[in-house]
Ligand binder design. Structure first.
Ligand SMILES: C[S@@+](CC[C@H](N)C(=O)[O-])C[C@H]1O[C@@H](n2cnc3c(N)ncnc32)[C@H](O)[C@@H]1O
Length: 212
């Protein structure tokens, strides 16, 4: 992690919530999936799922490999009264303990840059996706200027707060495209724009298990 789990959680909940809200709206608009099971991968404290919950009827599986971050997710799920719509799974994205074709929507923000064995990760995500389901995976700080202005405002009210632009590793678009292709996923898109890098793919109706 870039910082300890508690500090990350504090910033995500108290400062950066509008960033997650921005992506949550876009995910629903782009995928059109408002109900069913949503898997939030590398969820940290669950911020993207927490932003999707009030604007959808989705239920959530929050998956992360870090016990510390999932501790934050558990606390946030209780705080946002989401216990009856949420479960927590500790696992790496490369080995997801869920059945084939079990989730309607996969979302992930800020985690894919840290994944190794990318082809395995994408194949696993495709495996657990239901036919007709969509995946929206990537990272960004919201529209240009939002994250900076949130951080500056937070520093104004709490001057001891450091101002750190996270040093997130960047991968070229081609690295993702190659891994998606190797995983056998068809019809994906990878976009780089001023609000981040986002990968989209679906699972064709009529396919099951490892079929693409
Ligand atoms: C920068 S944090 C992003 C957290 C949250 N999604 C957000 O947008 O703020 C990256 C998260 O990805 C998780 N992560 C990294 N590699 C992972 C992997 N291979 N499998 C599952 N989780 C992973 C980390 O434990 C961490 O919680």
């Amino acid at each position: 992690m870039l910082m300890d789990a508690q500090t990350y959680d504090d910033e995500a909940i108290n400062v950066n919530a509008p960033v997650y809200a921005y992506y949550a709206v876009r995910i629903l608009e782009k995928t059109g999936i408002y109900r069913g099971v949503c898997l939030d991968v590398g969820c940290g404290g669950g911020y993207l799922g927490l932003a999707l919950a009030p604007i959808s009827e989705l239920s959530f599986i929050f998956l992360d490999q870090s016990a510390d971050m999932l501790g934050c997710a558990e606390k946030n799920i209780a705080r946002f009264a989401l216990r009856d719509r949420a479960q927590i799974v500790q696992a790496p994205v490369q080995n997801i303990p869920l059945a084939d074709s079990s989730v309607e929507l996969i979302v992930s923000r800020g985690s894919v840059p840290f994944w190794d064995k990318l082809e395995t990760a994408f194949a696993e995500l495709h495996r657990v996706l239901k036919p007709g389901g969509r995946a929206y995976i990537g990272g960004g700080m919201g529209p240009p200027g939002l994250w900076d202005s949130l951080q500056q405002k937070a520093r104004h009210f709490e001057p001891r707060r450091g101002y750190r632009k996270p040093a997130i590793p960047r991968r070229e678009r081609g690295v993702y495209e190659q891994a998606l292709g190797t995983a056998g996923i068809r019809g994906f898109s990878v976009s780089h724009s001023d609000d981040g890098t986002w990968i989209e793919f679906g699972k064709a109706v009529g396919s099951a298990g490892h079929n693409r």
